[in-house]
Every structure is written in structure tokens, then in C-alpha cells.
Design a binder for this molecule. Structure first.
Ligand code: SF4
Ligand code: SF4
Length: 369
């Protein structure tokens, strides 16, 4: 795989496919073999976390026998996600304890990156960057030579992220969600890239939704010369000059190999991206049908979880994601669309003026078992 600059700030280069270490195969030996296979195939950056179960321990084993020197190793923590001890807090002292613990688990004496895990609100950002907070602790560890670099991962709003950009000189990489189905972080990714911050993408196949059968997406893939929808998804991301690398899940060898093969086919041509963007613009226009999950329509007198139904209908109707939409519909708790008595109360309150009653009919016809 051809290397890309991993943001001007870090000074690293990175291959376009990286190792997302949230889940591994159950069997430890299988997991180690898979991690080493990914590294041997060219993956360099590894994203793990103290909160990813046994991930750090397994990586500690996999990175023996010279593998540690072949990778850019990153782990992270956040007391608002995983409290390892009851008194864990977003402080410099706590982050130091977690960092040293992660280094023991990973069996390393140096980490290339140690990051703040999931800044997903202004409150978290302020806690992490306060005097004596997590970032201070991380920078102290960097000054002492325990780590080399830092950054953060996020699910925060785009507006918040853009407002942080003038205040994150310490940040060298950011991990965002971005894929064909969810492109809302595009402005934040572009701004980070412009400022020399490395950009990493999680969920490149939409949490597996883009691996589900979709005649609509398969047609788009074929029109753009991609053999499969996952290939379309990967090459779409790598056609963005603002994206440096994507995390590949480590469940099975085939996923790793397919992602690398897709990446090696390279970016789409300008014409192919135009085709994709026209398709996405048409989907965006259908956002007239897109529920923002604001929940202003609730409560429904029949206790239907209206936003959950609306999103399953949208995935089915707009994206052709028939299987995942049916699965999402089946998982909805409580009464479903079949008990809708067409009272119309929800439509009067809907902020997007959606045809909710029509969507309830669509759900009964297309999503119910
Ligand atoms: S129209 Fe149906 S979904 Fe809407 S509030 Fe009435 S019962 Fe609930
Ligand atoms: S008010 Fe409309 S947009 Fe908001 S959750 Fe309900 S259906 Fe969705």
C-alpha cells in the first residue's frame, strides 16, 4: 500500500488501511495471527484502548518477535467511558496511571500515540483541556519520553469540533466517523487536514451496514467500476485527499484482505466521484424524508418509537439496505408501526414535516416479518 502523510504535525507516514483493535477473534492465537497478517500486509497504525476488553493484552502478545517496531501504536482512555477504578477522573494524575497501565498491558516502554478517548461534548473537551487535566498529563508524559504524540477521538457535533480547532495546538490526529451513509463530519475533517492534523476514519463500512445487500448501492458500485459495495465504500473514503487512513476491523482475514485489495485499487477518478456525488446528492434531497431523531413528535399515544421506525424506513427506502433495515426494525422496543391508528398527532409536531403515517404504512408493508 502506498503511504500517505499522516498529518503534517505528526511527521509520520501511514498506509491507508490501519488496524482497528476494538474486537478480535475469540481465540487468542487466531487474533495474534490475524494482527500479524495485517501488519505483514502493510497496515501500520494500530488504534486500541484501555477500554477495549483484552485488546491491549492481545496486542502485547502479537507485537512480540519484532512486530512492535513495524507499527505506529496508539491507545487511549476516558473516565467518562470506562472507569477502571471508581475514582478515575479526567485529571493529569489519573491519565498517567492509565497510561502506565496500558504500557504494561501492551508490553512496551514507549507509545507512539496516547490519546483522549471520545470527546463527545464541550464539557468533555473542557475537562480534558483544563489546567491539570488529561491533556496536561499526556503532554508531561510526552516531555518525559514515554509517548511521542497525541490526539483525540470524537463523536462531538461538527460545530463544536470546528470551534475547538483554534485551541488544539497539542493535537496531531483526530479519529472521526465518516462513510457513504454518514458524511456529516466532512467540514471538520477538512479543517483538521488543513491544519496539519492527521485524519483517521472509523466505521468505513457504516458499522457493517454497507456490507449488507443493497441493490441500490450495488448498482452504484457497478457504475463506478467497484466490484462490491464494501470496495465502493473504502475507495470512496480514500478518494478524499483530506482522509489519511481508515480503520479496518479485525474479525477475519477476509475482511483485512478485501479492504487492502480495495485500497490498492486506489482512488476513484474524477468522473467516478462525480457519479457517486450525484447519487449522494439525490439521497440528500430525499432528506426531506430523513428523520433527525429530534423526538419532538413523541409521545405517540400508541407508544411507537417513531424516530426508530422512521430511520429503518429511510434506510430501506432510500439506501436499499433491506436486511439491516429489517434487523433495525425488529430490534425496536415496544409497539411497532402496525398499531398506528393514524391520529396524526405526530405529523402536527414533526419539525421536518415528515409523512409519518405514510412511513408507518411503508414499515408494515416492507419491514415487518
Ligand atoms: S399517527 Fe400513528 S405514529 Fe403518529 S402519533 Fe398517531 S398513532 Fe402514533
Ligand atoms: S419530530 Fe419528525 S424529525 Fe423529529 S423525531 Fe419525530 S419524526 Fe423524526
Amino acid at each position: 500500500m502506498n503511504e500517505r502523510i499522516f498529518g503534517q504535525r505528526s511527521g509520520f507516514k501511514v498506509t491507508p488501511v490501519s488496524i482497528g483493535a476494538m474486537r478480535f477473534p475469540r481465540d487468542v492465537n487466531d487474533a495474534i495471527a490475524l494482527i500479524r497478517h495485517a501488519i505483514d500486509s502493510g497496515c501500520r497504525y494500530i488504534d486500541t484502548s484501555r477500554g477495549y476488553g483484552e485488546s491491549e493484552w492481545i496486542l502485547g502478545e502479537a507485537l512480540q518477535d519484532g512486530y512492535r517496531d513495524k507499527v505506529i501504536l496508539s491507545t487511549k482512555c476516558a473516565p467518562w467511558i470506562t472507569k477502571i477504578q471508581p475514582d478515575d477522573a479526567p485529571t493529569a494524575d489519573c491519565v498517567r496511571r492509565r497510561l502506565e497501565e496500558s504500557m504494561r498491558r501492551l508490553r512496551v516502554d514507549y507509545l507512539d500515540f496516547y490519546q483522549v478517548w471520545n470527546i463527545d461534548s464541550r464539557e468533555h473537551f473542557e475537562q480534558a483541556t483544563a489546567k491539570g487535566g488529561m491533556v496536561d498529563g499526556i503532554l508531561k508524559a510526552r516531555d518525559e519520553g514515554l509517548i511521542g504524540h497525541t490526539g483525540f477521538t470524537t463523536h462531538d457535533s461538527v460545530d463544536n469540533l470546528l470551534s475547538y480547532m483554534d485551541h488544539i495546538d497539542w493535537c496531531e490526529v483526530i479519529l472521526f466517523t465518516y462513510n457513504l451513509l454518514n458524511r456529516r463530519y466532512a467540514p471538520a475533517i477538512a479543517e483538521a487536514h488543513k491544519r496539519g492534523i492527521g485524519t483517521i476514519i472509523m466505521n468505513p463500512v457504516g458499522g457493517g451496514r454497507l456490507a449488507q445487500e443493497s441493490p441500490v448501492l450495488l448498482d452504484l458500485a457497478q457504475r463506478t467500476g467497484a466490484e462490491t459495495v464494501p470496495e465502493l465504500a473504502v475507495r470512496f473514503l480514500l478518494s478524499h485527499s483530506t482522509i489519511d487512513t481508515i480503520l479496518c476491523g479485525m474479525q477475519k482475514k477476509q475482511d483485512v484482505d478485501d479492504t487492502i485489495v480495495a485500497a490498492e485499487k486506489g482512488a476513484f477518478s474524477t468522473e467516478q466521484m462525480t457519479e457517486i456525488n450525484q447519487f449522494l446528492n439525490a439521497i440528500d434531497e430525499k432528506k426531506a424524508d430523513y428523520c433527525t431523531a429530534c423526538r419532538y413528535c413523541l409521545p405517540c399515544p400508541e407508544n411507537i418509537d417513531i424516530p426508530a421506525v422512521m430511520n429503518a424506513v429511510f434506510d430501506h427506502r432510500a439506501w436499499g439496505l433491506e436486511e439491516s433495515a429489517k434487523q433495525a426494525y425488529a430490534k425496536i422496543q415496544g409497539p411497532k408501526a402496525d398499531v398506528c391508528r393514524k391520529c396524526g398527532v405526530c405529523e402536527q409536531k414533526c419539525t421536518q414535516h415528515l409523512a409519518i403515517m405514510d412511513a408507518m404504512d411503508y414499515a408494515v408493508e416492507n419491514l415487518a416479518e
